[in-house]
Design a protein around this ligand. Structure first.
Ligand code: DAH
Length: 341
């Protein structure tokens, strides 16, 4: 009986040392395990004097029950503690932190393109969407660039296994649009173009153009000059002048480079126009009779002008972006500056 009392006292001490499930298991084994103190006492019962067996047996059982209850209680405590620790270590969702509402915005190319579309629509032009994957015929042959023509060298691109290619210029849509509308027509067709380029600040493998055509019975270079001048004045928000210089493109005859008086310095000379007062913006010309014929339009009856505005260039100029790669890049700082608030 004295021994039982010692075991009880010993357990009370040990109970305080239980801080986790490992020590809980150790203590449980120490007292209730196969060779534990309490278990050993139980094994002793059979060796006792028969008259002492009952009372000793009852006392051992009582001790065993006491210890079991205390161990169970301790286990529940430990488990609760573990849950609390887990909750404490979990990231907290603080609903009181003010949220930062970062809204996206249209891409600068989209913004300028939309502006151009608005201007041309107001002048009676329809808007068409061109394909990005084109046939060799549409991209080259139909705009008077037959196989082995040296102009193909300047427009190397990415070819697909089926012989089609990623269009190198929006002019690739001319033929399809002529066939769709017939003459007379007034259409613009913005689009993404691709070339196999060495990349640098002014060359990208993916860039944007905005092409336009007007075909009718009495279309002349004067119409071309009028529409380009009106369009550019609208885009820059001030009256600009334009001038034509000769330029060669197989699909126009005559062909021109159209320059716009620098909208930033008014023609006096600045960084944007490289002190010349003029900005080279838009190749154009009178549509070549071969191109009209291939588009199903009789060149004896109709004439027309076409232009291929470098949309990416215009965007860069508008926003003062000095590297074309930013337009397809992921630098949010650039996009942040062009954001429409
Ligand atoms: N397609 C030409 C290019 O990407 C640009 C161009 C020149 C388009 C003259 C035209 C044009 O419509 O008349 O280099």
């Amino acid at each position: 009986m004295k021994e039982l009392e010692q075991i009880r006292t010993m357990y009370q001490h040990k109970n305080k040392d239980i801080h986790n499930l490992d020590t809980w298991n150790e203590v449980k084994n120490l007292f209730l395990g196969k060779n534990g103190y309490v278990t050993s006492c139980m094994k002793e019962i059979k060796n006792l004097d028969p008259k002492d067996r009952k009372s000793f047996g009852e006392a051992v059982n009582q001790l065993k029950n006491e210890i079991t209850v205390l161990l169970d209680k301790k286990k529940v405590e430990l488990e609760n503690l573990e849950i609390e620790e887990k909750i404490k270590s979990m990231p907290r969702l603080d609903l009181t932190i003010p949220t930062q509402e970062e809204c996206g915005s249209l891409h600068p190319v989209t913004i300028v393109q939309q502006k151009l579309i608005d201007v041309f629509r107001s002048m009676g032009f329809a808007v068409e969407d061109g394909n990005e994957i084109e046939t060799e015929y549409n991209n080259f042959e139909a705009v008077n660039i037959p196989k082995h023509h040296p102009a193909r060298d300047m427009q190397d691109t990415f070819y697909l296994n089926n012989g089609q290619l990623l269009k190198t210029h929006t002019s690739a849509s001319q033929n399809r649009i002529m066939k769709k509308y017939g003459a007379p027509l007034k259409v613009i067709f913005p689009g993404r173009c691709f070339r196999n380029e060495e990349l640098d600040a002014s060359h990208e493998n993916t860039f944007f153009q905005m092409e336009g055509m007007m075909i009718d019975k009495d279309v002349s270079i004067s119409n071309l000059i009028y529409f380009m001048k009106t369009m550019l004045s609208e885009v820059f928000g001030k009256e600009v002048n334009v001038r034509l210089r000769p330029g060669f493109f197989p699909f126009v005859e005559p062909g021109f480079e159209l320059d716009c008086s620098c909208p930033y310095c008014g023609g006096k000379g600045c960084k944007v126009c490289k002190q010349s007062g003029w900005i080279e913006l838009c190749p154009c010309g009178m549509i070549h009779p071969n191109v009209l014929t291939m588009g199903g339009i009789n060149p004896e009856e109709y004439q027309g002008f076409a232009f291929g505005l470098g949309l990416s260039r215009l965007v860069m100029m508008t926003y003062g972006i000095d590297d074309i790669r930013h337009l397809n890049g992921k630098d949010l700082k650039v996009l942040e500056q062009t954001k429409v608030k």
